[in-house]
Design a protein around this ligand. Sequence first.
Ligand SMILES: [Zn+2]
Length: 187
Amino acid sequence: MSEDSMLKEPIKILEYKASCPVCGREGVVEDFIYEIPYFGRILLTKFQCPHCGYKHSDIESLEENDPVEITYRIEVPGDERALFVKSSSATIRVPEVGVEITPGAFSRGEITTVEGIVLELIDVLKFACESSSDSCTSKIQYLQGVLEGKNRLTIIVEDPTGVSRILSSKAEVKKIRLKEGKQLLGE
Ligand SMILES: [Zn+2]
């Protein structure tokens, strides 16, 4: 019970039909509420279109939140298993390999793990590497080494909505203020 990486079962609160933004036919929306320890409740909305296969999800907090910056270090095997509540407005940076995931039209809000994010970063790099050099490939190898417990990694998450969380006592959460023009300011 005291395990800070535990999530209670989500509660499904709604299911309704909506038209698919891709093909225009009818898809299904499902809303779930998750109770996040030390944080509160979040709403996860999933859309799925049975016709064209389009999927989307997003999360929002049902609590009031300030913008946050989260720093998390993968140092020993097992650290990558921490749960990661990622909002679609989060920017994720890993200084060791100089790659980032920025919010955009295709950003999804999701509940994943730190490992899931490292895999996403590998995908981002694979795409970038198609037209690139050896240094790109060595970054992928570095990230794969992180998942094998051989390399360390620092993950920095900036979220102006304050919804994102890494569920571990090792995660450092800092409240930040937003400067005009979306730049982030330390406090
Ligand atoms: Zn569709």
